[in-house]
Design a binder for this molecule. Structure first.
Ligand code: B16
Ligand code: MG
Length: 216
């Protein structure tokens, strides 16, 4: 029986993926190459330093650890500048209604994001109090598709992995849920999130009772 919902942040609750993309693109352009939106798909749910490695490999650039840290810091500053203007208006469609249902049904909730900026973003959109547990990039050693972020969420909520339903928009994130032995709701395109148990374009009109009947 499903007792808890574990939510990814970027792409499920709020659309910060576009800002990550813009900040990485700016960095790549500064190094003399470009990254496409299609290329950006593989960075979703992947940690900051792992994303940087993927981008540098794509650009055929080798750098020292020190240079990489400087680039990652600069990218994060640009990213924070872009997200600093976020407000509750940036919450993705359907999320607020869905959380009202979650509360009514007494389902436990955790955030499972590899972002080190997750708490700051939750504060900006006024959703810090909507989660019983918050697992973010400061609490984990391995990024998605490793299941660590979701397993820690289950642990903090004192539920078993098989009692959790993960909500994810990234290929790596869907894999992370599956690797943790959990059922996964994909948010996005069916053709992309092929491993998810069920896929919705977004949370608009998603009914918890119907969803749970579909999952079980
Ligand atoms: P930061 P999620 C992930 O968040 C993003 O999808 C990914 O693009 C980003 O690189 C990663 O967080 C790290 O973020 O640089 O803010 O620590 O999808 O797991 O909520
Ligand atoms: Mg995401």
């Amino acid at each position: 029986m499903i007792k808890a919902f574990l939510f990814d942040l970027d792409g499920v609750i709020v659309d910060t993926a576009i800002y990550h993309y813009q900040a990485w693109k700016q960095m790549a352009n500064g190094l003399g190459f470009d990254i496409s939106e299609e290329f950006n798909e593989q960075l979703k749910g992947v940690s900051r330093m792992d994303s940087l490695d993927i981008i540098l490999t794509h650009g055929g650039i080798e750098l020292s650890q020190e240079e990489k840290l400087a680039l990652a810091t600069q990218k994060n500053e640009n990213y924070l500048n872009l997200v600093s203007k976020m407000s509750p208006e940036d919450i993705l469609p359907g999320v607020t209604d869905f959380f009202a249902q979650v509360k009514k049904e007494n389902i436990k909730t955790a955030l499972g994001s590899v972002s080190k900026n997750a708490k700051l973003i939750l504060e900006s959109i006024g959703m810090s109090d909507d989660f019983d547990a918050i697992i973010d990039g400061t609490k984990i050693a391995k990024g998605k598709p490793d299941p660590e972020v979701f397993l820690k969420g289950a642990e903090e909520l004192v539920v078993l992995p098989e009692e959790c339903l993960v909500f994810e928009d990234a290929v790596a994130g869907v894999e992370a849920g599956k690797n943790g032995g959990m059922k996964v709701v994909g948010i996005g395109k069916k053709e992309v999130l092929t491993q998810a148990d069920v896929v919705f374009e977004n949370l608009v009109g998603v009914d918890i009772h119907e969803l749970l009947a579909q999952i079980n």
